[in-house]
Write a protein that binds this ligand. Sequence first.
Ligand SMILES: [Zn+2]
Length: 242
Amino acid sequence: MPLYRDEAIVLRTHKLGEADRIVTLLTRHHGLVRAVAKGVRRTTSKFGSRLEPFTHVDLQLAEGRNLDIITQAETITPFSSGLGLDYDRYTSGTVMLETADRLVAEEREPSIQQFLLLVGGLRAMVSGERTPSQVLDSYLLRSLAVAGYAPSFAHCARCGEEGPHRWFNPSMGGMLCVTCRVPGSASPAAETVIVMGALLAGDWPVVEAADGRHLKEASTLVSAYLSWHLERGLRSMAYVER
Ligand SMILES: [Zn+2]
């Protein structure tokens, strides 16, 4: 069987047979990969806890007919140990893993930008420099943008007219002008729209200067935007306070 190496973030795992697991990985060079870790559930496993969700691992894999097989795993960064004790950071991190899993739908389609975004996002989540919701919202908006669902905040999402605009609608792709607005659109505070643009751009001074209620409103709208663009809602989002 041909071997290859890659690095990856472990997104999730599930049991296979008596002692094995199927591990879903977002790799740097091969996009989403589902691979078998043999014997990983035995206490004597050579993999130890290296194939648990949140771990950034360096891997060697053998190409299989259906699923590849993990033959070696070395930990690069165990992000879970930095998140484990903080409920908000842990649950927000879980939303990031689930989002990456859902937005990178194609297996083996390289998506290096999504990989780098996730590694950077987890690093920021662990570092504690910013609040969990700021890290999460920024990650979600950027990940959506990379997946081709960039929301429009400055211009009308429908006609392109320069803003600021008052109406926000996830199904239309962001802000709408008074002519294009559709029933059921939200009308967030102007400051909230600015904060969402800053979260997408990673303009942290603007985010840090923002008022708590505008950040909270932004979180709600980012969640709505994400839910609209995923076919099913995220299970993990229910555990994050928005
Ligand atoms: Zn318009």
